[in-house]
Design a protein around this ligand. Sequence first.
Ligand code: PLP
Length: 427
Amino acid sequence: PRNPLLNDVPRWLEEGAPHLWLPYTQMQTVPMPLPVVKTDGVRLTLADGRELIDGTSSWWTAAHGYNHPHIRQAVTAQLERMPHVMLGGLAHEPVMTLATRLAKLLPGDLNHTFFSESGSVSVEIAMKIAVQFWINSGIKGKKRFVSFRGGYHGDTLAAMSVCDPDEGMHTLFKGAIAEQLITGLPTTPEKEAALDAFLATHAHEVAAVMTEPLVQGAGGMIFHDIETLKRLRRLCDKHNVLLVLDEIFVGFGRTGSMFACEAAGIVPDIVTLSKALTGGTMALAATVARTKVFEAFLSDDPSKALMHGPTYTGNPLACAAANASLDLFEREPRLRQVAAIEAQLRRELEPARSIKGVRDVRVKGAIGVIELEAMSNLDGLKRRFVEEGVFIRPFGKIVYTTPPLVIGEEDLARLTAAMLKITAEAA
Ligand code: PLP
């Protein structure tokens, strides 16, 4: 259908729209997507010249804002030298440097990185590593996963199996994917006792417990505290199962520390990273394991190796982008910027609490959420945000912003003002 927001539709959009199958989209009823021709800092420029302040960071990736010159220069220089070479029998400087830097940056002995190109795939790799860890260690039967209601880990088959099976977008696939053990997070001492009892009966068949630490993102921006993570670490140690933390959303400063596990003072056995790893410029993900996990794959027996190898694993362009992004985290005061964003979000979103139809307002780091009592017309809400000059994409009952971590006070104020105004209209 025609998009009432579009003044004129560029030819490439008119021609391409019937051929491009969009993500998470009912193709019959969706209005034509907005044509973006340029990105810069926190702004998206549309084909007709309008600028929108971006409140999403492109699915939570653009930590340093769009088109940061330092990342652009690093990728351009790498492109001149060598856009790609396979990692089968070959190696290159960007991937080695990135693996070394991640080992130094992550807590404890999370020292061994396997690279892939998407968050979902990094989750699948974490699951394969966890299952094979027990096989290689000579312990049979530990092949299942404990994951949590509200969890989201991606859209591929194994990643879907550790998502909440009853909520969210994968309910259709129930029965077509492996059945995991889904339960509640140990957010209180009582729930810790319940999970303790659950693991006491199931640990013999469980390879790993998997969760998004501190924030379950796509499952509804549900916040947890560091105590929950400490409980998980204790229970996993007690019951001899691995702990996998999926930091694809929260990693790289989003909640106020570089990694959520760091804030909790725990070291997971495996961690998955993606999204802001390259500052939102190139597709790259990492599955990082602790030394004891990695060492279970060392053997004279070739069958104990990890049999995984995506064609583009460790792509030099993506690794160059990630190295440049890490430079920026080192050089620029990102975590202080997150603290300032958090304070402003708290101040400016708080008044939404008194809007009729608002169930909750919550803020953690650079994540600001207004939760509504009921679902509303999402297409209508999205349109109104664009009319207000901002790009915000509500889902379910959640109106939220995850701005680039470099956003200035005035631009953030425009985002929060739009959130309040449009939430009030919708109520
Ligand atoms: N895990 C978490 C916590 C995520 O938020 C996402 C994406 O939103 C994924 C995994 C999947 O990553 P990707 O979309 O890159 O496959």
